[in-house]
Design a protein around this ligand. Sequence first.
Ligand SMILES: C[S@@+](CC[C@H](N)C(=O)[O-])C[C@H]1O[C@@H](n2cnc3c(N)ncnc32)[C@H](O)[C@@H]1O
Ligand SMILES: [Zn+2]
Length: 328
Amino acid sequence: MMFKCPKCGSRLINFICEKCYHKIPVHNDVKYFCDEENINVKDEGYKYIGYDDINIHFSPSLIYWGIDHYGIYGASAKDIVKRYGKGIVVVDIGCGLGQATIPFAKAGAITIGVDISEKMLEFANQRSKNKYDNLYFCKMNAYNLNLEDESVDIVVENAMIHLVDNPEQVYKEIYRVLKKDGKFIRFNSVGLPITEEQKELSINTKNAFKDIRNYYYNALEKYGYEPEDFNNNSLEIEKNYFYTIFNNEFHPIVEYEEEFTEFMKFRIHRLEHKAHSFLQHIPDEVHNIAWSETDEYAQCKYGEDYKLMKSYSHYKAKYDVYLKKILD
Ligand SMILES: C[S@@+](CC[C@H](N)C(=O)[O-])C[C@H]1O[C@@H](n2cnc3c(N)ncnc32)[C@H](O)[C@@H]1O
Ligand SMILES: [Zn+2]
């Protein structure tokens, strides 16, 4: 096993340290390698956006496609395991609700889902229905992965690194745990054509959403708050550790398509539930007032059914593979 003791760094055997005998605590089947607070907390200068508050409201697939639908994530995970072999060790950092993690386990990879949010992990674990003995959900901080050097075949990261205060530290950890020929993978998609009519409808819907969102932001401002924009420059930093080759082998398009028309419903749902990293500092009372004013505005301007305004996107699954640079 590739797990390391969070107390002394030695190897774990069945989640017990072979040196100091520390036993990894387990609650609701989640393994606790750390117990950092996780919502907008500054700890040793780092800030964590653990998404604990957001929980299930984060994910469109759960709300609109249901709990067992893994969509383009599932298709990519399956393709990756087919390409690189069953039995590979996959770590999903910032695994959230397990959208990528569970399909990797299902496809036969030894899979470790790492997140800082207990609620996310517990939900992900319930979602997997304890079906896979090759699947481990671990409360672990991406800044300090309790995994041995060069022990992992594939690290996947989706919608996580752009959230952290110190992306460099996370890349260093990914680099350290990956085997020499290990791969760093991020999921993606490619759009497929839609009709002119669908395009026009989609533009209307997206403009309406922007207008509603701006109204909400202005309402926040009235109460002395604004969204906290943070651009941590992660993609630039990534280039110091990983590189890619622009061909089909490293950017495969997966033969799986999906259609999504509920952009408005989904984006409004997230706004309504404050399910964004850049809104986490807004007190609930302020959000609730600003949101109810916004909702009223939206109903007046776009009609009571404004959440049902349709847009069209049609896409295939795709993923991007990066290799370790040789560092001097
Ligand atoms: C936007 S969600 C993405 C979830 C999932 N990867 C997906 O694409 O559905 C970001 C996740 O990163 C986690 N996260 C944020 N900072 C973290 C850290 N320092 N260590 C581990 N996980 C972290 C959050 O708790 C959250 O579950
Ligand atoms: Zn130990």
